[in-house]
Design a protein around this ligand. Structure first.
Ligand code: AMP
Length: 278
C-alpha cells in the first residue's frame, strides 16, 4: 500500500490508473471491521482501492466531538494493508484537502432537513463539501459507503445525481459486534458500563423490527422510546420512508421501511438503523 500526504502526489499517482476501475472508501480513521468490510467490497468490485483518512472539521457541529475524535493512524495503516488497500491518502493538513476546492451548490431538498440534518446543523453541508472535494481529487468510478450512516448514503447518492458525476455509489451492510452493537470509531470512547448500556440501541431496533405491524405505530414507538431512555439519552427514534426519509406514523402492509435511532451514552453519540418489513 502506498501512503500519500498531499493531494498533488496522490493525483500524480492516480493519473497512471486512468484506464482502471478505481474504488474509493472515504473514512475518518480509527478503523474497525465496518471500514474493513467496505475496503473488501471495494477490492472485489474495483482494480485499485483508494482509502482516505481525514477527520473533516467542517462536518462537526460540536467542537468537543471533533477534539475527542479518536486518531489511530498506525493501527489504521496495518488494518488497511491487511485488507488489501492499494492507496491511502492521509492529508498532512486541512488546507491540503481544500486547497483546490471549487465551490459547489447541491440542492439536497428535504433529505437533509430530517434526522441528522435537523439535529446536527451544518453537518451534511460539511459532508457534501468534503466528499465532493475528495471525489474531485480521487476521481473514482465507484465509492463505497456504509448503510450505518443511511441518511449520509442517501445524500451522497443525491449529490452525485445533482452534480451529474459518473460515480457509482455502493451501499454496504452494517457490521456489528457479536453483542449486536453497531461498530463505530466512537465505541472506543465508551466506558465498560456505557458499552453494555449501549446494547439497548440494537436490542430495541430488533424488538421494533419484530413487533412492528401495518397501521398506527405510535404505541410501539413510545414503548421503544421508553426502553431506550431507561439506559441512554435518546435523541430520536423514528420509522421513515426509504426514499424521502420522512417520518411515518402509519405503515402499509407489504412495504419496506427503515427505523433510525440516535442516543447518547455519556458524551458519546451513537447512531444505528435497521430495515423494517411490514
Ligand atoms: P467514518 O469513518 O465513521 O466516517 O465512516 C467511514 C465509512 O464507513 C462510512 O461510509 C460509514 O458509513 C462506514 N461505516 C462506519 N461504521 C460502519 C459499520 N459498523 N458498518 C458498515 N459501515 C460502517
Amino acid at each position: 500500500m502506498k501512503l500519500f500526504k498531499t493531494q498533488q502526489e496522490l493525483k500524480k499517482k492516480l493519473e497512471g490508473y486512468s484506464s482502471k476501475v478505481i474504488g474509493f472508501v472515504p473514512t475518518m480513521g480509527a478503523l474497525h471491521k465496518g471500514h474493513v468490510s467496505l475496503i473488501r467490497k471495494a477490492k472485489k468490485e474495483s482494480d485499485i482501492v483508494v482509502c482516505s483518512i481525514f477527520v473533516n472539521p467542517t462536518q462537526f457541529n460540536e467542537s468537543t466531538d471533533f477534539e475527542n475524535y479518536p486518531v489511530t493512524h498506525d493501527e489504521d495503516i496495518k488494518l488497511l494493508e491487511k485488507a488489501g488497500c492499494d492507496i491511502l491518502y492521509i492529508p498532512e493538513s486541512v488546507q491540503d484537502v481544500y486547497s483546490n476546492e471549487k465551490p459547489i451548490e447541491v440542492n439536497l431538498g428535504s433529505l437533509a432537513e430530517v434526522m441528522e440534518g435537523a439535529n446536527r446543523p451544518g453537518h451534511f453541508d460539511g459532508v457534501v463539501q468534503v466528499v465532493s472535494v475528495l471525489f474531485d481529487i480521487v476521481k473514482p468510478n465507484k465509492a463505497f459507503f456504509g448503510l450505518k450512516d443511511f441518511q449520509q448514503y442517501c445524500i451522497i447518492k443525491k449529490m452525485v445525481a445533482e452534480l451529474k458525476l459518473d460515480i457509482e455509489i455502493v451501499g454496504c451492510p452494517i457490521i456489528r459486534e457479536d453483542s449486536g452493537l453497531a461498530m463505530s470509531s466512537r465505541n472506543i470512547l465508551l466506558s465498560k458500563k456505557e458499552k453494555v448500556d449501549a446494547l439497548i440501541i440494537s436490542e430495541t431496533l430488533k424488538f421494533l423490527q419484530k413487533e412492528i405491524k401495518a397501521g398506527e405505530i405510535s404505541d410501539l414507538l413510545n414503548t421503544c422510546k421508553e426502553k431506550l431512555s431507561a439506559k441512554s439519552e435518546l435523541e430520536y427514534l423514528t420509522v421513515a420512508d426509504l426514499n424521502s426519509l420522512q417520518s411515518l406514523e402509519v405503515l402499509e402492509k407489504g412495504a419496506i421501511y427503515r427505523a433510525f435511532v440516535v442516543s447518547r451514552l455519556g458524551n458519546v453519540r451513537l447512531i444505528d438503523n435497521i430495515e423494517i418489513f411490514v
